[in-house]
Design a binder for this molecule. Structure first.
Ligand code: B12
Ligand code: SF4
Ligand code: SF4
Length: 351
């Protein structure tokens, strides 16, 4: 029979940076999800509502589950934080999206770990592997597997590596020796709550997605509420502020793998340069990255808002003159209109 240590050794050999074991149990933190949904904090993410029962316990996903093999992968690249820059004309793209699509890269590693488990255990092995895509509250199992604690910014923080981690897991029917849960080390700190540009961290450990820039620029399909557009600043895709200010990310682990290094065009491009690209060029730039989730139309919508916030001299002219097909979309056109009005208003105020 294989041991927890055998599994961890294999996981690290396959390229995972962290591996721990949580029992397949109904942990108290799993219950927050219902209240979170009732408060409307999921916004338009209907899939969270649809899967609420399955997300309440991994045994609803795999009835024979005994353990969750929780896995962490460092994706941090050695580049300055958005909070260290003050140039509003540069696009901010969240660092998790700089490299190759993590779903594909990590799923391949999960498949190899699953194959190894099947070969080692034999036909009695049952397992389900997920990276972000499954009806699982990944952070809770990561915390109970000792990977890291859920911080007040709601991210899993590993005391030695920081929080720039992708989480993944294999739910399985093996009774592996569990690790001790990671203790909360946030203490009296509230830096993330204070720094969030849109006040999305409504309380410690509680995030209202409908205010979160990550949700507004990636998940939200329609119009970005005008009340949040100013606060989005230069964020063109996702947001890292509540992790950048975290003291546990002051000397974080850096990924050496090429998969997580910024792809061409992702390394703080200028907003104007992004806007002037054709739809085909944007599509080619995003291909194979996690950014494909938003697609060209939503990316243009976001870039228009960020340009509106940039005070860039040529921005208004570029916004009205660029004629890629996505610019004619009513959603994009409405955000362009807002941005141009803001840029022109700012110029008049300054005149
Ligand atoms: C929905 C979702 C989002 C939503 C909502 C985020 C959220 N905090 O829930 C949005 C679109 C906003 C989002 C944003 C981001 N996401 Co996201 N997201 C998810 C997803 C699919 C589900 C998360 C979930 O279950 N939320 C439900 C709520 C209830 O959970 P929660 O807010 O985390 O709250 C927990 C605790 O804080 C606690 N709790 C809640 N209230 C209270 C109250 C008290 C008093 C206490 C003690 C505890 C407590 O209970 C909850 C337990 O689940 C997971 C993948 C997965 N399947 O788990 C990825 C995931 C969480 N996302 C991830 C990432 C990388 C991001 C971003 C960094 C991307 C970016 N740069 O733009 C941001 C980070 C924003 C942030 N601060 O969380 C990673 C996080 C890795 C990590 N180190 O933690 C995950 C795990 C994906 C992955 N496989 O790697 N995401
Ligand atoms: S990702 Fe940005 S907007 Fe969302 S909670 Fe963190 S700091 Fe706030
Ligand atoms: S910034 Fe402070 S409160 Fe927020 S997650 Fe980090 S240590 Fe916890």
């Amino acid at each position: 029979m294989i041991s927890a240590n055998d599994v961890k050794r294999e996981a690290l050999a396959l390229g995972f940076d962290l591996c721990g074991i949580a029992p397949a149990a109904a942990f108290p933190e799993l219950r927050y999800l219902r209240e979170w949904l009732d408060r409307g904090y999921a916004g338009e993410m209907q899939y969270m509502h649809r899967s609420v029962d399955r997300r309440s316990d991994v045994r609803h996903v795999l009835p024979s589950a005994r353990s969750v093999i929780a896995l962490g992968t460092v994706y941090n690249a050695a580049r300055p934080y958005s909070t260290e820059r003050s140039d509003p004309t540069q696009a901010e793209i969240a660092r998790y999206a700089w490299g190759d699509d993590y779903h594909a890269v990590i799923q391949e590693r999960l498949d190899r770990l699953l194959a190894w488990l099947r070969a080692a255990v034999g036909p009695s092995f049952e397992g389900r592997a997920y990276v972000d895509t499954g009806p699982v509250q990944e952070r809770v199992y990561a915390q109970y597997a000792g990977i890291g604690w859920i911080g007040k910014n709601t991210c899993v923080i590993n005391p030695a590596m920081g929080s720039w981690l992708f989480l993944a897991e294999i739910i399985c029917n093996l009774a592996l020796t569990p690790d001790a849960p990671a203790p909360d080390q946030c203490g009296t700190c509230t830096l993330c709550l204070d720094a969030c540009p849109t006040g999305a961290l409504v309380d410690a450990y509680a995030l209202d997605s409908t205010r979160c820039i990550s949700y507004l620029t990636i998940e939200l399909k329609g119009s970005i509420p005008t009340t949040h557009r100013d606060d989005i600043g230069a964020h063109a895709y996702g947001c890292d502020v509540c992790q950048e200010v975290c003291p546990w990310n002051h000397a974080p682990a850096v990924a050496s793998e090429s998969a997580w290094q910024p792809r061409d065009g992702f390394d703080t491009p200028r907003l104007l340069e992004l806007w002037r690209r054709s739809d085909d060029e944007l599509r080619a730039m995003m291909k194979g990255s996690a950014m494909t989730r938003a697609g060209v139309k939503r990316l243009r919508r976001n870039v228009a808002v960020a340009l509106g916030n940039s005070a860039e001299a040529d921005a208004a002219a570029a916004l009205v003159s660029h004629d890629s097909p996505s610019c004619a979309d009513p959603l994009v056109a409405e955000h362009v209109q807002w941005a141009v009005a803001k840029l022109r208003g700012a110029r008049h105020e300054g005149a």
